[in-house]
Design a protein around this ligand. Structure first.
Ligand code: PNW
Length: 569
């Protein structure tokens, strides 16, 4: 992949036109809650080598925030700001309980695990020259060895938001001199990545440089509600994103130049994106613009041509004029940088949870411009989309199929690893252990992923459930639960308990999808009716009553759950 003029002509031309046509024909009439044809259950299985996995992140599960020489991260700082906040000080205590986590995965038949390494647990200040925390290195070696001993392949994220606090204080973190030659943050991230490849790369074959740079950039350095809470919504996010993209490219090339030949692994990045569906046909351009500003901001440079999407550059150039600025708030890459960024992904990591309805809002007044107003769109949700506990999470399964199709067309048919997808419950008493809404979510979303794979020929290679465990959900603390396993955060031993969804997921993995004629698929056919909350009794031949659901429930979930309990609890 290289930077050529024809890329951008293709981008604004044929592709967009085809895509708009598809959108206007297929999607617009059916943004609603249930559509018989669109939402029909697909029977079949995923490709044989399909990867089923579950994910966590260091700050969300490890705890042990200050053991041995671990340095503080920006999330330690945020969580310790006042006494009223939940913190990651102990979290799930996976620093000590990782063997129990691994037994949960084994019990589910999972052969892959996505976790992250905490940068300040390896280099307390973020810089190797200031010292290495050997206990941290020992911990990750022990975790990786235990995984492999249990036949589970590690998939490792290098940066899941826990930047060493010292790097924020010394250099401004990812705001560090983003357009000069004196930037150090790229090299520091490169040194950290090299150290991880050196120490763990003999056993780790899947590396994810950054998790969701969109969140770090916009929420961390633009809005400033996430760590490190830098509030500069006109420009902060563009500066941080620029540095993150360059840091990613640096880490990719270090692997390519120094490790690939010997270690033979893969390096990619995980990007998050909500699907944007136009509210009316007139909003089709706006919906594309929404996705380009969201996903394209990072994916276009890395997976297409080394540069930001054309629509982002032209929109931001127009804004600069309107605002009386001499330069765009969106920084520019040099020609050398473009070359070094383009093509730096062996796979495309995707985190996806939800969909928004997009309306055209061109052209927003320019007082206090920010990333949200820069897109010139409005966002909302169809009234009949079901909701999860997280305020932003609406359940729209068909959105993931559309997004996967977009990635295939826009970025040259890459191999896509879904590295997160899942649903939150409230923390409530009694605890939600029969988490039928989560089962429905996994059922419907994985079926849409299978449609993308088997009907649309998208190269989806992996599906990863977020999350293995209930954990520290960032600003929401322990009030939102995404886990396949329940964790009692008042219990000092942090015992884990399987929820019904873990048993469902285990059977999904064992069946590798929804094979025709299997008992599992019959169970799903019946659940389909319940999950789509529709009164259309003919859906997928459904003829039974509620009792049929409950008897199937006991067969498929309750009995295996009892067995699972006796093994784990
Ligand atoms: C992702 N939002 O974050 C992260 O990768 C996980 O660490 C996190 O626990 C999971 O999704 C569930 O939230 C997000 O506000 C955090 O839109 C916030 C948002 C989206 C994703």
């Amino acid at each position: 992949m290289s930077a050529t003029a024809s890329d951008s002509i293709m981008e604004t031309g044929t592709f967009v036109n085809c895509f708009l046509l598809v959108i206007s024909l297929v999607i617009i009439p059916v943004n609603g809650g249930y559509d018989k044809e669109r939402d029909a259950l697909l029977k079949g299985t995923f490709p044989q080598d399909f990867i089923w996995s579950s994910a966590t992140a260091a700050y969300q599960i490890e705890g042990a925030w200050n053991v041995s020489d671990k340095g503080p991260s920006v999330w330690d700082t945020l969580a310790h700001q006042d006494n009223n906040r939940d913190t990651g000080d102990v979290a799930c205590d996976s620093y000590h309980k990782y063997p129990a986590d691994i037994q949960l995965m084994k019990q589910m038949g999972l052969k892959y695990y996505r976790f992250s390494i905490s940068w300040p647990r390896i280099f307390p200040t973020g810089e190797q020259q200031d010292g290495v925390n050997q206990d941290g290195v020992r911990y990750y070696n022990a975790l990786i060895n235990e995984l492999i001993a249990n036949d589970i392949q590690p998939m490792v994220t290098l940066f899941h938001w826990d930047l060493p606090q010292v790097l924020q204080d010394r250099y401004g973190g990812f705001l560090n001199n983003h357009t000069t030659n004196t930037t150090v943050i790229h090299d520091l991230f490169g040194d950290y990545a090299r150290f991880c490849y050196q120490n763990f790369g003999d056993r780790v074959k899947y590396w994810i440089t950054f998790n969701e740079p969109w969140i770090t950039s916009w929420l961390g350095y633009g809005v400033g509600n996430f760590a490190p809470q830098h509030n500069e919504p006109a420009e902060g996010q563009y500066k941080a994103a620029h540095n993150i993209i360059l840091s990613h490219a640096k880490a990719y090339h270090i692997y390519d130049d120094e490790f690939r030949a010997a270690q033979n692994g893969q390096v990619g990045i995980t990007l998050n994106c909500d699907w944007g569906t136009p509210k009316t046909p007139a909003d089709a351009d706006a919906a594309i613009r929404y996705v380009q500003f969201f996903l394209g901001w990072f994916a276009h440079p890395i997976y297409k041509n080394g540069d930001y999407p054309e629509v982002m550059k032209t929109t931001m150039a127009r804004k600069a004029q309107e605002e009386g600025r001499t330069t765009s708030r969106l920084p520019e890459f040099t020609p050398e940088q473009k070359l070094s960024i383009s093509g730096t992904g062996d796979f495309f990591g995707l985190n996806h949870y939800t969909t928004v309805e997009v309306t055209d809002a061109c052209c927003t007044p320019i007082e206090n411009p920010n990333y949200d107003t820069d897109k010139d769109v409005g966002t909302g949700h169809a009234p009949d989309w079901p909701r999860a506990a997280s305020s932003w999470l609406y359940v729209v399964p068909w959105g993931i199929r559309n997004l996967l199709g977009f990635i295939k067309e826009e970025y040259g048919d890459p191999e896509i690893y879904v590295t997160e997808n899942g649903r939150s419950d409230h923390d409530q008493d009694p605890a939600i252990m029969m988490d039928m809404e989560r089962i429905c979510y996994y059922m419907m979303y994985t079926n849409e992923v299978m449609k993308a794979s088997n009907m649309d020929n998208v190269k989806v290679k992996a599906y990863t459930a977020w999350s293995l465990l209930d954990n520290f959900e960032w600003l929401s603390g322990y009030s939102e639960r995404f886990g396949l396993h329940y964790v009692d955060f008042n219990d000092p031993t942090r015992t884990r308990y399987p929820k019904a969804s873990s048993v469902f997921f285990k059977q999904l993995v064992r069946n590798n999808g929804y094979p025709e004629g299997s008992e599992f698929t019959k169970y799903v056919e019946n659940m389909w009716y319940f999950c789509h909350n529709t009164t259309e009794a003919e859906v997928n031949g459904y003829t039974g009553g509620a009792s049929q659901i409950s008897s199937l429930f006991s067969l498929f979930l309750a009995i295996p759950m009892m067995i699972a309990y006796s093994l784990i609890a």
